[in-house]
Design a binder for this molecule. Structure first.
Ligand SMILES: [Zn+2]
Length: 237
């Protein structure tokens, strides 16, 4: 029975793998080596925590036309969850709606941000065997031509390796001619500095760039980003 179950799981896994590989290959102008996808193990028990940055009154970075990053973050995080579920991985979202995780009695925006951040850290650290992917959008006002996706990593073990795989995948998928390197994140980013699990933060694009803002609002591009992030992440194992 056990062998049968494992065999069925393996067959299901193979079918999912082929379907996903076909989807991924259709996204990439320069396809990644298919062999790389063999790193995927459906039995992996790690809980992948997907964190859509900001929420509630805190919209995060805002584009020139007033679009906040919080909704884009959630749309990409939800697509990333769909991808990982398809790949047979355990996932959870830190938020599933536009609301923040702040205590309801937070009176000011400052109090809401502090409460939200602390509650996120507590939630993430309450998960045993977790790993964190935090989704954000960047902005560099005064430099509207700067664009592209960049991955940052925390100081916890294996965060740097995971970030490198995801960055390589994003470079192939959306940063062609504009390749970036993953970087350690500054200690002033509270969540990344206080979580105890492996943690990366993906800045998917720049809201200070109007063309990229249009792309970031496009559901197809959001899916492309999610698949690129997911494929890169699964190459870690
Ligand atoms: Zn942000």
């Amino acid at each position: 029975m056990m062998i049968l179950l494992i065999r069925r799981k393996w067959i299901l896994g193979s079918v999912v793998l082929l379907l996903t590989a076909a989807t991924v290959l259709s996204f990439y102008a320069k396809p990644p080596a298919v062999a790389a996808l063999s790193y995927i193990e459906l039995s992996k028990s790690e809980m992948i925590i997907l964190d859509a940055g900001h929420g509630g009154s805190d919209g995060g970075a805002v584009s020139e036309d007033g679009t906040p990053e919080s909704g884009i973050n959630l749309a990409i995080a939800q697509r990333l969850q769909d991808f990982f579920v398809l790949m047979g991985r355990e996932t959870m979202l830190t938020r599933t709606s536009a609301a923040s995780l702040a205590d309801p009695d937070s009176a000011t925006l400052r109090q809401e941000k502090v409460s939200d951040t602390k509650n996120r850290v507590a939630l993430i650290n309450s998960v045993s065997g977790g790993s964190l992917i935090s989704i954000h959008q960047n902005t560099l006002p005064g430099h509207p031509s700067v664009h592209g996706a960049q991955v940052f990593y925390g100081k916890t073990a294996t965060s740097d390796v995971r970030a490198r795989f995801v960055q390589e995948s994003l470079n192939s998928a959306v940063n062609q001619g504009n390749e970036k390197a993953s970087k350690p994140i500054g200690s002033d980013i509270y969540i990344m500095a206080h979580v105890s699990c492996p943690a990366i933060l993906v800045e998917c694009g720049f809201l200070s760039n109007s063309s990229e803002t249009k792309l970031l609002l496009d559901p197809v591009y959001q899916t492309k980003l999610a698949v690129a992030i997911g494929c890169g992440y699964l190459q870690y194992g």
